[in-house]
Design a protein around this ligand. Structure first.
Ligand code: DHB
Length: 516
């Protein structure tokens, strides 16, 4: 909606001290709603207080996006509950790095918002979104289009996490955030990087600033998101309290409080964008497009070669393999994620269904209750890759990420030297602001420096058929966190497509465990 666009003209950069007073959460300003949430234990009726469309900064650029909703359970299955000290699920619904607004939501998880996959009615009774658990595979590549001009900006699966969290007695905060396509009347792109992460951090600061006023334990914020939202959730977790964002946060009048979060839940994070093209070719370079054609072999090979250097530079280690390089990365992915996920999938099938699956997937050796296969056969099994080469920094500037790294009135820019130089001179340099902007969007450098403000608990998931990015993105993120000694629960969903969330109920239980 264009309804409430209040552009602030020129920021004064004044101190947030007085401004923060305006950010006090009003615990009496809610509507009481009732909704029925489908959980593994059946349908649960939840009565909750819904705080709607709270602007979380004092100098918003666009309140439609820079606002959040809060849902606080007060009665679950007929029993009164007190969420004063409950964990807080901070569920962003960003998709495609697009703008994400909760301003029109009529309840937790969006309620009856239009454009919401599976969004319920606005009566507050029954959502029809399902629980997201056990929905199986292939929610698929068609569900959210990005790369170019995807219009979808809300994620059905964040809905199920949010609803299940509410049914578990947690407080749910749903923040909106600016996104890449927003443009003002002067033609300036005001939602490009790093706007979305700055907004999410401002929303976290709002929550923490309101400790004692807002229900929930503000020291137990658990972030969640999927795809671009998963990337931002990982970035929130990695970059907690980094001073690198201070000027941006000051500019929008963020509360003077910590933006560190306790835990980070990240589904198919589309992150490490400046290395994603090379990673993609290393992973999916041999796979054809859905059209049946191979991508440009020279481009694919050059990017694959560049990935070897990047991978080595990370100096990640994995048990039994030593330093992770392109020589053992396939083995790492196979043993740590792919075979275990196939094993779990097959073990859960009936004998008859497993026999059928194995009969049509003869590349899998099933022995002693374990699945085994080769990396090459796995790639063949996945089949068509989703993206052309380069997957992210498109030569013609047509990708969503080109737009994400736009600036001012420039809608789209190159953000890798490879694509920049492919299109221009061999000595071309990235625009001066880009190295810093890329850093503000990437969790990996924060983790490489062991940022002390980072989250220490991580839930990371991706489907094995998700070729929206390289599987090494999750592999390397998990390895980095393991190497830091953080608490990591990372796994893949066998045959899961883009956006898959097949164990939402387990995530909710995990929150209880890590926040206990
Ligand atoms: C998303 C998907 C992509 O393929 C991408 O490049 C960026 C974001 C998404 O679904 O959010």
């Amino acid at each position: 909606g264009s309804a409430k666009s209040s552009k602030s003209s020129g920021s004064s950069g004044s101190s947030g001290a007085t401004a923060s007073g305006a950010l006090a959460f009003d615990k009496d300003d809610y509507t009481e709603l009732t909704t029925t949430i489908t959980t593994d234990d059946g349908d649960v009726e939840v009565k909750y207080h819904f705080y709607k469309s709270i602007t979380y900064v004092t100098k918003p650029v666009d309140e439609t996006y820079q606002s959040l909703n809060v849902s606080v359970p007060v009665e679950i299955a007929g029993k009164a509950v007190d969420a004063t000290n409950a964990p807080i699920l901070f569920a962003n619904a960003v998709g495609g790095y697009m703008p994400s607004s909760v301003a029109e939501a009529t309840g937790v998880g969006g309620g009856g918002m239009t454009g919401m996959p599976g969004g319920g009615t606005d009566t507050g009774t029954g959502s029809g979104t399902g629980t997201g658990s056990g929905t199986g595979t292939g929610s698929g590549s068609g569900e959210v289009e990005s790369g170019g001009n995807g219009q979808l900006d809300q994620r059905g699966q964040s809905v199920s996490n949010a609803q299940l969290a509410l049914a578990a007695g947690y407080v749910v905060v749903e923040p909106g955030a600016r996104g890449r396509t927003l443009v003002d009347s002067d033609g300036r792109y005001y939602g490009v990087a790093p706007a979305a992460i700055v907004d999410l951090k401002a929303a976290v600061r709002y929550v923490r600033f309101n400790k004692g006023r807002i229900p929930g334990d503000t020291d137990r914020i658990v972030s969640s998101g999927t795809s671009a939202g998963g990337a931002l959730s990982a970035l929130l977790g990695a970059s907690g309290d980094s001073p690198l964002y201070d000027a941006h946060l000051k500019e929008i009048g963020a509360a003077d409080a910590s933006d560190a979060i306790f835990a980070s839940g990240d589904w198919c994070p589309i992150t490490d964008l400046e290395h994603a093209d090379m990673a993609y070719e290393w992973n999916w370079g041999a796979n054809k497009l859905a059209s049946g054609s191979l991508v440009d072999r020279t481009v694919s090979k050059e990017l694959t070669a560049a990935f070897a250097d990047y991978q080595a530079s990370l100096k990640l280690k994995a048990k039994g393999l030593g330093t992770l390089t392109v020589r053992n990365l396939d083995e790492y992915l196979l043993k740590t994620f792919l075979e275990p996920s196939a094993t779990k999938y097959l073990a859960a099938l009936s004998d008859a269904d497993r026999t059928t699956y194995l009969a049509s997937n003869t590349f899998i050796t099933w022995s002693g209750g374990r699945a085994a296969f080769s990396w090459a056969d796995f790639l063949t099994h996945v089949g068509a890759r989703k993206k052309d080469a380069p997957a992210f920094d498109a030569f013609d500037l047509s990708s969503g990420e080109n737009n994400l790294f736009g600036k001012g009135t420039t809608k789209a820019r190159h953000f890798t030297l490879y694509s920049l130089r492919h299109e221009g001179s061999a000595s071309a340099r990235l625009d001066g602001d880009l190295p810093e902007t890329l850093k503000l969007m990437n969790p990996m450098p924060f983790l490489a420096k062991a940022n002390p403000g980072r989250a220490r608990h991580w839930w990371i998931r991706v489907g094995t058929k998700d070729s929206d990015t390289s599987l090494t993105v999750v592999g390397n993120l998990a390895a980095r966190l393991e190497n830091l000694g953080d608490d990591v629960d990372a796994a893949m969903y066998w045959d899961g497509g883009h956006g898959a969330n097949e164990d939402a109920a387990d995530f909710i239980k995990w929150i209880a465990k890590v926040t206990d």
